[in-house]
Design a protein around this ligand. Structure first.
Ligand code: ZN
Length: 356
């Protein structure tokens, strides 16, 4: 028998002020994949893997609910990697033929090769989204890689044009996104860490590609732009960025003009001057108020302080407390406590505003 399929809730009428969510990935259980490891291989195969992934989806949902998260996600429990797992399902990319390229000007990685026209042969995450929808009536956010970040994770031996390949991926992402909306997803988020690196391309065609990916979607749309997971290559890169991280200054003006509804940004413990948020005034902002690069649990007061600062530049009804980035590499108990701190911090600020 089918479970009850809850209806999507696109206007979030039931959600409170400052609805909380996570930027994306959450830790996987140790029986599914090696803990505290990015790109960790699965511990099971075939039907056993499928069942285990669904069980992990149930658990990650329950952990978000117990932590008081308002907009829930799949925690990316069915993906090994936020970009590669999507690309694995596409035609035109040869995973055997590998080349070493520099990822986001930061570190070398062996990547697959684009050998022909890229195409989506079948829906990628739609069954997973439908499964999650069956488990909850809370708003669901679903993350997909952004077109510019996708092309940065591949060697292109076919199009020989970053822009053209990005537009091809945008069309494919749009097909997937439409199917995800059909499955009951309320917010589709595109992860574009590459936006923080290739400013000229972002303004020339990156935002245009993003708008192609969200074309005609009846749900809310978000773009997540961060300084990455707390892995060594990112921590080293951050050290080179100077006292003030002003990368957002180069891309937010054009994003403000775009059709994207929500911009997800890293704000807590980073050197991003929060006044840069003023550049997207009018958009909803997912304000990163949890550091994913350390194991220290934020206090609710610390979370509230970050959100309170952001309130100077983001209207209260448009402020969505969030994590700086995904938490896949963190121990599960740390991630759980950080999520609880996020909710508690948002609640503090909510009470504070009601008292005024
Ligand atoms: Zn991120």
């Amino acid at each position: 028998m089918m479970n009850q399929n809850y209806a999507a809730n696109p206007d979030f009428a039931a959600t409170p002020l400052f609805p909380t969510s996570t930027a994306g990935s959450l830790p996987k259980p140790g029986w599914l994949a090696e803990p505290e490891t990015l790109w960790s291989p699965w511990k099971l195969t075939g039907d056993d893997l499928l069942t285990a992934q669904q069980d992990a989806l149930r658990i990650t949902l329950q952990e978000q609910q117990q932590a008081g998260i308002d907009i829930v996600s799949d925690g990316e429990q069915t993906r090994q990697h936020f970009v590669t797992t999507f690309i694995e399902h596409l035609a035109g990319v040869d995973f055997q033929q590998r080349q070493t390229v520099r990822i986001r000007n930061r570190y070398d990685a062996s990547v697959p090769t684009v050998v022909g026209p890229v195409a989506r042969l079948a829906p990628v995450f739609v069954e997973d989204a439908r499964f999650l929808r069956q488990q909850t009536c809370q708003p669901i956010k679903w993350a997909l890689p952004g077109p510019m970040t996708m092309i940065d994770t591949l060697y292109d031996a076919h199009y020989h044009s970053r822009k053209q390949l990005a537009f091809e991926f945008a069309r494919i992402l749009n097909q997937e996104a439409r199917d995800l909306v059909g499955a009951g997803v309320d917010i589709i988020q595109f992860d574009e860490p590459a936006f923080n690196v290739f400013f000229d391309d972002v303004n020339d065609w990156g935002i245009e590609a993003l708008e192609l990916a969200i074309e005609g979607l009846s749900c809310e749309t978000a773009v997540h732009i961060c300084y990455g997971y707390g892995i060594q290559a990112n921590t080293a890169w951050k050290k080179t960025l100077g006292e003030q991280w002003r990368q957002y200054e180069k891309i937010l003006p054009k994003l403000k003009e775009s059709n994207i509804d929500i911009v997800s940004l890293e704000c807590h413990n980073s050197r991003v001057p929060l006044e840069l948020l003023e550049l997207v005034r009018g958009k909803k902002v997912m304000v990163g108020a949890i550091d994913v690069a350390n194991h220290q649990i934020e206090t609710p007061a610390e979370v509230a302080a970050t959100l309170r600062s952001a309130l100077q530049y983001v209207d209260a009804d448009k402020l969505y407390p969030c994590t700086n980035c995904g938490m896949a590499p963190l121990p599960r108990h740390i991630a759980r406590q950080k999520l609880a701190a996020l909710s508690a911090g948002a609640a503090l600020l909510r009470q504070e505003l009601q008292r005024r």
